[in-house]
Design a protein around this ligand. Structure first.
Ligand code: SAM
Length: 275
């Protein structure tokens, strides 16, 4: 496993972090007062934010179960993987096929430290601290070159990460760099927040995030056609690009999506595509 560089010095407890605030929204304990306060402020403008986090996480679970099962993928590159929580990708996919390998990537030192500890005894999963805006640094990292056989298909997971990448950082170019690094038969799973529904609440959330600096670029909610454009080069599996609760709802883990009755209220779009 690669040592996260300078990790301890990296932890900033004076500013909220997306990874830690998301952990708090999901009921985790790897967060600080500043993160909890940031989430409380976010709830004031968007009261359903914890439910959106949960709905997103349930999509991640369904998508990787599909990828490890029906799609037969054994290599997973989880970009913006977050703080480990209930139902981590390696736990889910290794339940389907114990040979599955997972490389987690996150920019956040707390996410990386806790992932390293969790994965210490798992020879098939590792974590690397890196910035998804620099795809080459990830694709040439020891984690990827030692864990993956890039002549075989890989599932690239970009679940609730691209809305932290501003247009000036060329999100489409980032997606394409990972697509080009993988062979045909590889997959992309993506979820992304959108202002198409609950527009006023989402706009207020964007403004709040800009001010709080929790995310390095704030949140960039994108309209459905702009999210579709990010999926260029992938053939979407059924049901295509839809609100997250509508992506193959199966209740497989016995947990109902909080927006099952009104999927558009989730404000998240999701898709899985094959290269
Ligand atoms: N993918 C997980 C999920 O859907 O449950 C976690 C999503 S969480 C909302 C977003 C994650 O993306 C955070 O852990 C954050 O640290 C990470 N992130 C944000 N910008 C990043 C970047 N430029 N490079 C790598 N990770 C980033």
């Amino acid at each position: 496993m690669e040592e996260p560089p300078g990790w301890a010095a990296d932890v900033d407890v004076s500013r909220p972090s997306i990874a830690r605030a998301y952990d708090y929204a999901l009921g985790g304990s790897h967060n600080f007062a500043v993160d909890r306060e940031a989430l409380r402020r976010a709830r004031e403008v968007f009261p359903d934010i914890d439910l959106v986090a949960r709905s997103n996480r349930l999509f991640l679970h369904r998508a990787v179960r599909f990828l490890a099962g029906e799609a037969g993928i054994t290599q997973f590159l989880d970009l913006g993987s977050g703080v480990p929580t209930v139902g981590n990708v390696h736990e889910i996919v290794q339940r389907v096929n114990r040979d599955c390998r997972v490389v987690y990537v996150d920019i956040d030192p707390i996410a990386v430290i806790h992932s390293s500890m969790l994965l210490a005894d798992d020879p098939r999963a590792t974590v690397v601290q890196a910035d998804v805006r620099r795809p080459e640094s990830i694709l040439t990292s020891r984690a990827v070159t030692e864990f993956f056989d890039l002549s075989q298909p890989v599932a690239v997971l970009m679940v609730a990460i691209l809305h932290y990448i501003g247009d000036s950082d060329d999100p489409a170019g980032i997606v394409d760099a990972f697509r080009r690094a993988t062979v045909p038969g590889s997959y992309l799973a993506l979820s992304h927040i959108s202002p198409d529904e609950r527009t006023e609440e989402i706009e207020q959330l964007e403004q709040l995030e800009q001010r709080s600096q929790a995310a390095r670029t704030g949140i960039v909610a994108r309209r459905c056609p702009d999210i579709a454009a990010l999926l260029k080069g992938y053939d979407l599996v059924d049901p295509g690009l839809v609100h997250v609760p509508m992506w193959r709802p199966d209740g497989g883990d016995g947990t109902a999506d909080p927006f099952a009755a009104a999927p558009e209220r989730s404000t998240l779009f999701a898709a899985v595509g094959c290269r």
